[in-house]
Ligand binder design. Structure first.
Ligand code: ATP
Ligand code: MG
Ligand code: MG
Length: 379
């Protein structure tokens, strides 16, 4: 079978490799950490920095197809890989999603709404744009942010100088966005293959704690017509950007049922882990199908599901739970499937695994999660 090279050895690469191996592919990953989550399940790992050109060359020499599990791939590495091997996802999608301004422009070109925004180059301009957009607004670094890092919610214009000083410290361009008073946050993952086939997974309702995903609830508890619109918007974006592989689309839903796209991720997404047991095809299998130009699989939802992230602080109670006899673990009609990523150090807020709770209804899954003792109820 063909060998798939994965740039990045984290849990997303691991779950790609687990799905792809079942389809007969071999895997090689590049990651600086020895015995990375993906390296543990791949055939081989090249241990090197992500921006190491020689290592990238080795990866391309040993792979038939190259993919990545994070979007901040070094431009020079991308260029080399594009020249020396087959990268079905291309470089444009990375270029766009690495920068919030480019990303917003691409979303708008697809005919999809984003929160009103402005590029910010000075604190004077920040004040001006705050006047125009009104408060609250969010000031964000244009590149490199994750888990809400590099962001400041500006509630009044008096905070402008302090916010500018703090966020401009990163040395990247800045974006100011109107703060959307959302009812819910949702995400839709769409897949597109080189032959132009496109499919979206059902929208997930996402609950964050400390800006880190805590729960994904599917079906989302909202109007079905809005869910369908969200899935349609994700497909529209995938087509407009000529995506190959997966595109995860994070959206805000207002109280009036309007949709605004927050950001994109050109890869499997944490909020899509529910698909592993709850859909006919998982997001990881779908990614493999898309990049290998196979027909896409059905995205049909088989059961209501709630995915809960297991962070470092949740590992102990999760292990206590898994040690119980099966009869104690599950309620009536409930199945909970634990996935762990093989990481050694359970640091606070580090993503160590996740649990998919399949139930007759999302309310029952949520009740089960409350009672499981894995997450403190405050979360
Ligand atoms: P991720 O880990 O998802 O990549 P990130 O650091 O890129 O996170 P965003 O997704 O842009 O950050 O923002 C983090 C969270 O902050 C959002 O999920 C949302 O709750 C809130 N947020 C960001 N921008 C806005 C906005 N314009 N209006 C309202 N809430 C916002
Ligand atoms: Mg982000
Ligand atoms: Mg986000």
């Amino acid at each position: 079978g063909s060998t798939i090279g994965v740039l990045g050895g984290g849990q997303l690469g691991r779950m790609m490799a687990l799905a792809g191996r079942a389809m007969g592919y071999r895997f090689i990953t590049l990651d600086p950490t020895v015995d990375s989550p993906c390296g543990q399940v791949a055939d081989r790992q090249i241990v090197a920095a992500y921006h190491d050109i020689e290592a990238a060359r080795m990866l391309s020499e040993q792979s038939d197809v190259i993919t990545y599990e994070f979007e901040n791939v070094d431009a020079e590495v991308t260029e080399l890989l594009m020249e020396e091997s087959y990268v079905p996802q291309g470089s444009r999608l990375l270029y766009i999603t690495q920068h919030r301004l480019r990303e917003k422009q691409a979303i708008e070109s697809a005919g999809v709404k984003v929160a009103p925004y402005a590029q910010i180059a000075s604190s004077a301009q920040l004040r001006e744009e705050l006047q125009r957009l009104g408060t609250p607004c969010v000031l964000k670094t244009a590149t490199g942010g994750y888990d809400g890092k590099g962001q400041w919610v500006i509630r009044s214009i008096d905070e402008a100088d302090e916010a500018y000083e703090e966020i401009s410290r990163a040395g990247t361009e800045l974006v100011l966005e109107q703060f959307i008073d959302f009812d819910k946050e949702i995400s839709v993952i769409a897949a597109r293959s080189p032959r132009g086939e496109v499919k979206a997974f059902p929208a997930a309702e996402n609950i964050h704690v400390n800006n880190i995903l805590h729960l994904s609830i599917v079906p989302a508890r909202m109007d079905e017509a809005v869910q369908q619109e969200a899935e349609q918007l994700a497909i529209q974006i995938a087509e407009s950007l000529n995506v190959v592989g997966l595109i995860a689309v994070e959206m805000f839903v207002t109280h009036e049922g309007e949709l605004y796209v927050n950001e994109l991720a050109p890869r499997p997404h944490n909020s899509g882990h529910y698909t592993m047991e709850a859909c006919k095809t998982s997001q990881f299998e779908q990614h493999m199908r898309a990049i290998c130009n196979l027909p896409l699989g059905s995205t049909e939802l088989l059961t209501p599901v709630v995915m809960g992230n297991i962070l470092g602080q949740h590992v102990e109670p999760a292990m206590d739970w898994i040690m119980q006899p099966e009869s104690e673990q599950v309620g009536s009609g409930i199945t909970a499937k634990l996935h762990m990523y093989g990481k050694q150090e359970a640091k606070d807020n580090r993503k160590m695994g996740h649990l998919n709770v399949l139930a007759p209804s999302v309310d029952e899954a949520l009740q089960w999660i409350e009672a499981s003792g894995i997450w403190s109820t405050k979360e």
